[in-house]
Design a protein around this ligand. Structure first.
Ligand code: 5CA
Length: 435
């Protein structure tokens, strides 16, 4: 992509409304714009990141055997009356009336819809287990939407729903999600910490929140330092295996947020205890037959009985993650994207646009990177070098390649990682490193 053609309305000044680094940087880098309180439009740079995050989540969910579906954002109030949540949900639910005076709502979550689909389609234990997911918009009329996309009113969520014949099987489904969450967040360059949680409005028996570490995160985190050195991606996972031992290994380590931490009863010695900050990016729930009983989602159990199906739901804040990754990875000059979610891999800077030899070397590198499938943003604008470097630092692409007249004469270009010193190497070896 050529910078002169790319719609990326960057800002030099810190916007007054932004209280945390990610909100400030997302606005300054032209990733998002606020359309209404807590409601955002995603511009090309931000949308590229959102799609990368979404794709990692999708790949990890598919690897567990879950299947992707797409449910409507608008739901009938009737289904929520059946589950008993219509009145309970309160003002966070955006309620709508259609022209026939029928009650609708913009879905804050999808347990009711998916339970309705299930009860109309599945009748036998032979069709279980099932795990269905979608990656779609939700709306919650938060009292205080804040911190940009971190606490929005409209936000992008991955939500899975599992259906099992009994508790044992439901636990296996829960464990698959637990382990795949660890992998998802690790693939985004984050350190995930699962914590036992309350199940709140969703209800249920077993629940974990996944917190990722970020110095500027909104919750205080107290945990066993082993978390920080354990890479979930180093685990050999087969989702057909019993994952209980892995889940036990992870849940046996101590972790708590400020609301649960109690210095007097903490099992970790103060000298070893890691204290930091984090952001909740995922939440999983096992709630048994709460919805299936209320809504009549039963299956035959093969022994002549009809039983309510055991269910769980599993959420990941996909749009929140864009902010959370920035909170976990930025410096004074801007964002530092992990390669797996970066909007482009390489920022190519022409230090003297209009200079024949510089232009030629840049065009050659740009074409070669495009041919090799390396996503590149090429800044060929007629701007000062300092302006271009500052913008590349702000938008945080993992690699920077700078081409200037002096280097071109000597047969070299500069290459470096975002935030590190650049080295002078030949164009060929720069290309070899990036492709
Ligand atoms: N039905 C369950 C699981 S599908 C559920 O809704 N869980 S949740 O309420 O915990 O939300 C799941 C994830 O969505 C949260 O962990 C968080 O990362 C994200 N999320 C929740 N509220 C917001 C919000 N207002 N803005 C951005 N992300 C949010």
């Amino acid at each position: 992509m050529r910078r002169s053609k790319f719609f990326m309305p960057t800002m030099k000044e810190n916007p007054a409304e932004a209280q945390i680094p990610s909100h400030c940087l997302m606005l300054r880098a032209g990733m998002v714009r606020q359309t209404a309180a807590g409601i955002y439009s995603w511009l090309p740079l931000g949308y590229r990141v959102l799609k990368k995050i979404e794709q990692i989540v999708r790949e990890e969910m598919d690897a567990t055997g879950a299947q992707e579906i797409l449910m409507p954002t608008i739901q009938p109030a009737e289904l929520w009356r059946e589950s008993g949540r219509y009145d309970d949900y309160g003002k966070e639910m955006l309620r709508i009336t259609d022209r026939h005076e029928r009650g609708l709502l913009y879905g804050p979550t999808h347990e009711e819809i998916v339970t309705d689909i299930f009860r109309n389609s599945v009748k036998s234990y032979r069709d279980l287990p099932q795990n269905l997911y979608q990656i779609h918009w939700k709306f919650r009329d938060e009292v205080r939407p804040r911190f940009g996309v971190m606490r929005g009113r409209e936000f992008f969520m991955k939500d899975n729903y599992s259906f099992d014949i009994d508790k044992d099987s439901a636990r296996r489904s829960y464990n698959k999600m637990f382990v795949s969450y660890l992998r998802c967040f690790a693939r985004m360059g984050l350190t995930p910490i699962p914590m036992q949680a309350d199940s709140g409005a969703i209800g249920g028996d077993m629940s974990h929140e996944f917190i990722v570490l970020a110095d500027t995160g909104e919750s205080a985190v107290y945990c066993d330092p082993t978390w920080l050195y354990t890479d979930p991606l180093s685990l050999e996972i087969d989702f057909d295996d019993d994952l209980q031992p892995i889940v036990d290994r992870w849940t046996e380590l101590y972790a708590a947020t400020d609301d649960k931490y109690d210095a007097d009863n903490c099992p970790i010695d103060e000298s070893r205890l890691y204290t930091g900050r984090g952001i909740e990016v995922g939440h999983i729930f096992y709630f048994g037959t709460k919805y299936s009983t209320a809504m009549g989602a039963t299956v035959s159990d093969g022994q002549g009985r009809d039983v309510a199906v055991e269910m769980g739901s599993y959420g990941i804040g996909v749009s929140r993650l864009a902010g959370a990754i920035i909170e976990a990875s930025h410096d004074d000059n801007g964002i530092v994207w992990p390669e797996s979610v970066a909007p482009f891999k390489v920022g190519l800077i022409n230090l003297r646009s209009g200079d024949g030899p510089c232009d030629a070397v840049c065009e050659n590198i740009y074409a070669s990177l495009n041919n090799a499938g390396v996503e590149t943003l090429y800044d060929e604008r007629d701007e000062r070098a300092g302006v271009k470097f500052a913008e590349m630092d702000l938008i945080g692409l993992p690699w920077q390649v700078a081409v200037g007249p002096r280097g071109v004469k000597a047969g070299t270009v500069e290459i470096g990682r975002r935030g590190a010193a650049r080295e002078e190497v030949s164009s060929e070896s720069a290309l070899a490193r990036l492709a």
